[in-house]
Design a protein around this ligand. Sequence first.
Ligand code: NAG
Ligand code: NAG
Ligand code: NAG
Length: 166
Amino acid sequence: MHTRRYSLLYSLALLCVSNLTLALTPWESIHQTIHTYPLAIDSKDFALLSKVFTSGASANYTGDLSNLNGLPAIQTALAASVANVYSQHLLGTTVIDIHSNGINANSTTYFQASLFGKPYSIGSVVSLYGYYADTIERATEGWRISKRLLVFQGPGFVGNLSLVGM
Ligand SMILES: *[C@@H]1O[C@H](CO)[C@@H](O)[C@H](O)[C@H]1NC(C)=O
Ligand SMILES: *[C@@H]1O[C@H](CO)[C@@H](O)[C@H](O)[C@H]1NC(C)=O
Ligand SMILES: *[C@@H]1O[C@H](CO)[C@@H](O)[C@H](O)[C@H]1NC(C)=O
């Protein structure tokens, strides 16, 4: 009797949790999209970027990566940029403006990224500081970034610049 009651409660609890997952607000869904980016880059799972960018997205990461057009170009360029390092992207301050039509948004998200030599040794680390200014749209598969501009803040790069070819 008790076992049955517990399993019923357990099922109800599971149902609540799965409903919560389904019931994300637009702001929460956009936040998830933006914050999935580090998981893709740092695990070098570049296919996962299809959950972050639209297929026709453009990105400007400045320098050699200032004119990336289309998801495949973004995937290839970002893969090359971390091919010889371990990376950790930490996203912080996130402000999202959802436009009144309910299908467009833009956001500003602060980042700090650390790139570590592979193999790592003392001194083989460079830190990047800046923010992403993103244009976001509600595609059929969910909210995706259609345009990204990276803006460096302060000195931009601090540390062992040889890790970023400087
Ligand atoms: C990329 O951004 C930089 C810095 O904001 C800007 O100078 C450059 O013109 C941009 N490039 C493209 C292709 O939009
Ligand atoms: C969204 O874009 C508008 C217009 O360019 C800008 O004023 C606003 O600061 C942006 N919002 C965020 C959160 O970046
Ligand atoms: C900078 O990083 C490179 C590549 O990991 C390493 O060989 C070099 O020793 C580092 N320089 C310093 C000053 O630690």
